[in-house]
Design a binder for this molecule. Structure first.
Ligand code: UDX
Ligand code: UDX
Length: 456
């Protein structure tokens, strides 16, 4: 019976996941350890270092009872029965596989630290998305442990999406647990199943071998990203033909075999997972000589890149082929609504391209301004940051909506339009706003995959 759980990595995955486990397992001591002491202090204070709806309430329940945060990673390892590894595994930026393979240095350091400090029998659970067969590598590291240490490695990928992390964790479509097909592997799977079964119906807890579990995570993200790229490719055809991508998405989404979700055309997908996981899959395919399969998945990323470039090209063309000196208000910098996360956000590339055209960019976002400042730290004073969207738009030639924050639907666009340069442009990169209404107010409106509403 598991009594002490540790998670290494108090990020977007580790923090919320452990808060929910602690909530449902009051008799289990749940510790989250992170090498970043500032992050640890923030979690301990009850004001988490990430923005996630509903997180604060779940966190408080645990902090008052059985949830602990610590920067003493080694000490925490020594006293745990089960250790989730949720450290970051970004795309490699150097050496072999740069730009595609996962950078496993944090992960391997963590595995070695577990090997040194663990005592007795320890179940180690991969939570970070990792290349297929990483569990095997982890196993090999652990075989050097000596007689007094025994390890069982499981794969338990996390499927939560940012912005809905708490509801996803409370009521997951499925929990996936992969483990070795040995008696001790199956026993370890059973112990982790019992943790989740406290609140997840058993029929939603799937168990597989380790490699199926690792590959399922990459494949799930690749499929989701592929849907976004597919509808974005259709949006390009719509813009040329006069079809409306919202109507097309509704028409195809009502086919139950296709389904309605992940058919929102936009300025492109972002986030820490989609691109990274596809590139990881591509690298894996190349490793096994499956070059046709690699090219197939690579095209999903290429389409996403094209969609971001196309958005800026359309802005330039509409605004008389020059943006130099023009003020552009960017509404939203996070990679999606309800998060302050800007990793791989399409806004980063769009803003950099606007700045390359010598535009004056003013960015507004309810949660992501600190990250935006960090992402664009090298740019200097041609970019400014403003919490209030109306102030950001004052004196602007154009608004570009890059994140689907619902608050942007409730602004007084009549007042905003009155304070802008003429002709006033609005580029809706998320199809968030009503183009007819904005056109009536006086905007020249360009949505994704929808007919232009302009008076030029
Ligand atoms: C991470 C991975 O990025 C993702 O691939 C995986 O699917 C889940 O875990 P996320 O939680 O979003 O996702 O990452 P991040 O918010 O960067 O958190 C990772 C944390 O690990 C950071 O707080 C970092 O300080 C910590 N860390 C990193 C360690 O504690 N030890 C290390 O050696 C490295
Ligand atoms: C994703 C997966 O959904 C989740 O299961 C996995 O654990 C991590 O990766 P996340 O990146 O947090 O989650 O958000 P998601 O809602 O999947 O959105 C990813 C990107 O796709 C965002 O930039 C979003 O704006 C974009 N998107 C999504 C679209 O452009 N259109 C859509 O229809 C859906």
């Amino acid at each position: 019976m598991i009594q002490k759980i540790l998670c290494i990595g108090a990020g977007y995955v580790g923090g919320p996941t452990m808060a929910v486990i602690a909530k449902h397992c009051p008799d289990v001591k749940v510790t989250v350890a992170d090498i970043n002491a500032d992050r640890v202090r923030a979690w301990q204070s009850g004001v988490p270092p990430i923005y996630e709806p509903g997180l604060v309430d779940v966190l408080r329940v645990g902090l008052d009872r059985n949830l602990h945060f610590t920067a003493d990673v080694e000490g925490a390892i020594a006293e745990s029965d089960l250790i989730f590894v949720s450290v970051n595994t970004p795309t490699k930026t150097f050496g072999q596989g740069a730009g595609r393979a996962a950078d496993l240095q944090h992960w391997e350091k963590t595995a070695r630290s577990i090997l040194r400090h663990a005592r007795g029998r320890t179940i180690v659970v991969e939570k970070s998305t990792l290349p297929v067969r990483t569990a095997e590598a982890m196993d090999r590291i652990f075989t050097n442990g000596g007689a007094d240490k025994r390890f069982e490695v499981l794969s338990n990928p996390e499927f939560l999406a940012e912005g809905t992390a708490i509801t996803d964790l409370e009521s997951p479509d499925r929990v996936l647990i992969g483990g070795a097909e040995t008696p001790s592997g199956q026993a370890a799977i059973g112990e982790l199943v019992e943790i989740y079964a406290r609140w997840v119906p058993r029929e939603r807890i799937l168990t597989t071998n380790v490699w199926s579990s690792e590959l399922s995570k990459l494949a799930a993200n690749a499929f989701l990203a592929q849907r976004v790229s597919s509808i974005n490719s259709v949006s390009a055809i719509c813009e040329q033909t006069g079809a409306d991508v919202l109507e097309v998405a509704r028409a195809i989404g009502t086919d139950r075999r296709i389904g309605a979700q992940f058919l929102r055309a936009g300025v492109g997908f972002g986030g820490s997972c989609f691109q990274k996981d596809i590139l990881n899959l591509v690298y894996l395919c190349e490793h096994y000589g499956l070059s046709e399969v690699a090219r197939y998945w690579e095209a999903v990323v290429a389409m996403n890149q094209y969609q971001k470039e196309r958005f800026v090209q359309r802005m330039i063309r509409a605004m008389f082929n020059t943006l130099a000196g023009k003020r552009i208000a960017v509404f939203g910098f996070a990679f999606k609504a309800n998060t302050g996360d800007t990793r791989e956000s399409p806004a980063i590339q769009v803003c950099r391209e606007l700045l390359a055209e010598r535009a004056q960019v003013c960015i507004t976002d309810p949660q992501a301004l600190a990250s935006a400042r960090h992402d664009l730290a090298d740019v200097g004073d041609r970019v400014s940051f403003e919490l209030d969207p109306c102030t950001a738009a004052a004196g602007a030639h154009a608004i570009a909506v890059l994140t689907d924050w619902s608050e942007y639907q409730n602004l007084d666009y009549g007042r905003i339009h009155a304070g802008m340069e003429r002709p006033a442009f609005l580029f809706d990169g998320r199809n968030l706003l009503d183009p007819d209404e904005l056109h009536r107010i006086g905007f020249n409106v360009y949505s994704i995959g929808r007919p232009d509403r302009t008076s030029l």
